[in-house]
Design a binder for this molecule. Structure first.
Ligand code: SF4
Length: 290
């Protein structure tokens, strides 16, 4: 798919009454992500993400800690993930897809629309990996009585088919560009072919949907991860809105992969100095836990 890179426009709300495509078709031979494991999720088969057809809500709350473009945001956590990031701050909950509440999609879509009516600027869906629930996002968009400003936090490992079916439904992507090379992706998250997939998807998204690219600075990973991430973005998608999260907190199994500490002041300073040299629309922030 050729890349079309244009200036980002203001977010549009998802089209009202959008019917989407049937969940059965998306999930019958699942290729929602680049594992492309092909299981029949409608028949109870489970792939690496462990998900069937259900979408469970792990938790939700209104947040003002994200980027200015999206706050106040109703953050909605969905279970199930296709990555195994050893430093994940929602593991192990997000890795157990049978946890959480199971609302009726139509009823829940009305609840989300109600939250928008009460003043939240975005419905910020995260996980886990929310694009593994593309069928549910389509259902919510179709069932909502008013357009939903759906913001999707993603690890960018979806297939091109998923990007296509979500076009016009997702109003903004908050895209985690986590690793600068395939070796770190494999070692820290257990994911193959990382760079090709996420760079392809970013290029596709950038021409079509408002986008903020995030990077969590990991201790000791400035040269192998932040530098190639930032330099690739500046060279291929110049002017991209980029958010550096420097407040790394060692969570879950971070200590088993050499990430059992905070970033030092020197590492953070070096990261900011690097970004200053590049053609990126960048800002820096912490994160919820920091
Ligand atoms: S979303 Fe889950 S079931 Fe579908 S291809 Fe990816 S890992 Fe397999």
């Amino acid at each position: 798919m050729p890349a079309r890179v244009t200036r980002q426009s203001e977010p549009q709300v998802a089209p009202q009454g959008w019917k989407g495509i049937p969940a059965q078709k998306l999930l019958k031979r699942c290729e929602l992500c680049e594992w492309r494991c092909g299981v029949d999720r409608t028949a109870g088969q489970r792939g690496p993400c462990g998900l069937g057809i259900e979408t469970r809500i792990l938790r939700q709350y209104v947040s003002v800690t994200e980027e200015l473009e999206v706050i106040p945001a109703l953050r909605v956590y969905l279970g199930g993930c296709n990555f195994r990031c050893r430093f994940c701050d929602t593991a192990p909950d997000c890795l157990e897809p049978d946890r959480g509440d199971l609302p009726d999609p139509g009823t829940y879509a009305h609840e989300l629309a109600g939250a928008v009516g009460r003043g939240v600027q975005s419905i910020s869906v995260l996980g886990g990996e929310p694009t593994l629930h593309a069928h549910t996002l389509l259902e919510w968009a179709a069932a909502a009585p008013t357009p939903l400003p759906l913001v999707v936090n993603t690890n960018l490992y979806m297939t091109g088919e998923v990007l296509e079916v979500l076009e016009g439904v997702v109003t903004r992507y908050l895209a985690d560009l986590k690793f600068g090379n395939d070796a770190c992706a494999q070692r820290l998250a257990g994911v193959p072919h990382y760079s090709d997939v996420v760079r392809r998807n970013l290029t596709w998204i950038a021409g079509r949907t408002p986008l903020i690219v995030r990077h969590l600075l990991m201790p000791g990973h400035l040269e192998c991860c932040l530098r190639p991430v930032a330099e690739w973005l500046a060279a291929n998608l110049p002017g991209t809105r980029f958010q550096l999260y420097a407040g790394f907190v060692p969570c879950w199994q971070a200590g088993t992969v050499g990430l059992g500490r905070l970033n030092s002041r020197e590492e953070v300073r070096a990261a900011l100095d690097l970004l200053d040299t590049l053609d990126l629309n960048w800002r820096a922030g912490g994160n919820d836990k920091a």
